[in-house]
Ligand binder design. Structure first.
Ligand SMILES: NC(=O)c1ccc[n+]([C@@H]2O[C@H](COP(=O)([O-])OP(=O)(O)OC[C@H]3O[C@@H](n4cnc5c(N)ncnc54)[C@H](OP(=O)(O)O)[C@@H]3O)[C@@H](O)[C@H]2O)c1
Length: 254
């Protein structure tokens, strides 16, 4: 097994489920100490248990990424427990909507902005401040989406606006901080095998049938496939990759 992250500390937000959990497990499998963050304790503890059962080291910290103090607590906990913050993956995100924009509740608009945009800004800010203070710097990967810069879809306009913002935050922040030793990129998944890609009332079998016509590859991406892209961008293999977005979407935006 390769161990690209031995003795490095990786922080993953939204790591109690879906893509975030897969990313956390993948970092641990490659030697990283992993700090997992999210609002609910129980799923984070499950992620830690999975990592520890496989012989890895992990720490769960409950945090709402929309709150600056919470995000700072996570970064501080990573440094206190493991000595540095080398990698951060800003994955926490939510989808609210399904209806046309004019029918979207203001609360749903604000929630998505708070978590998907302000949450990424607050996390980036705290992470960069820590990483630029370290001689070894660090690498950050934001999880954007093909719904955003790459593609729009009826009923997902507000979500797409927040994810386009993540793409722009990624590129701008990458330029702002690369000279300080902090390398920032994004992964933009398309439909991926989590709850988020299920339409209301849809079963996994129903989604599989829908994917045959909607997606050139004919299926959703596995969470492990998205994680592999994240680990590449966070690794030294990508040392000269700065401010880019790796699209993992089974060909949907080809
Ligand atoms: N699945 C897809 O098809 C797809 C496609 C493109 C992009 N994405 C993006 O991929 C990321 C992960 O999504 P997923 O599909 O893995 O969905 P998921 O299973 O719902 O994961 C989202 C995670 O984010 C956490 N979270 C939500 N709000 C948070 C907050 N305010 N503070 C901290 N953590 C928070 C959730 O945990 P708590 O509720 O416990 O906080 C949850 O563990 C999201 O950014 C999503 O937009 C997904």
């Amino acid at each position: 097994m390769t161990s690209r992250f031995t003795d490095r500390t990786a922080l993953v937000t939204g790591a109690g489920s879906g893509i975030g959990r897969a990313v956390a497990l993948a970092f641990a499998a490659e030697g990283a100490n992993v700090v997992v963050a999210g609002r609910r304790r129980e799923p984070l503890d499950e992620t830690v248990a999975l990592i520890e059962a496989a012989g890895g080291k992990a720490l769960a910290v409950t945090a709402d990424v929309a709150r600056a103090a919470d995000v700072q607590t996570v970064v501080d906990a990573a440094v206190e427990r493991f000595g540095s913050l080398d990698v951060a993956v800003n994955n926490a995100g939510v989808f609210r909507g399904g209806e046309p924009l004019a029918d979207l509740a203001e609360d749903d608009w604000r929630t998505q902005l708070d978590i998907n945009v302000t949450g990424v800004f607050l996390a980036l800010r705290a992470e960069v401040r820590q990483m630029r203070s370290q001689p070894s710097g660090g690498a950050i990967v934001n999880i954007a989406s093909t719904f955003g810069m790459h593609k729009r879809q009826p009923g997902a306009t507000a979500y797409a606006a927040t994810k386009a913002a993540v793409s722009v935050l990624t590129r701008g922040a990458a330029l702002d901080h690369i000279a300080e030793g902090v390398r920032i990129n994004a992964v933009s998944p398309g439909a991926t095998d989590t709850q988020m890609s299920l339409q209301p009332g849809e079963t996994e079998a129903g989604r599989a049938e829908r994917m045959k016509s909607e997606v050139p590859l004919g299926r959703v991406a596995a969470v492990e496939e998205v994680a592999a892209a994240v680990l590449y961008l966070a690794s030294d293999d990508a040392a000269s990759v700065v401010g880019t977005e790796l699209v993992v979407d089974s060909g949907q935006t080809a």
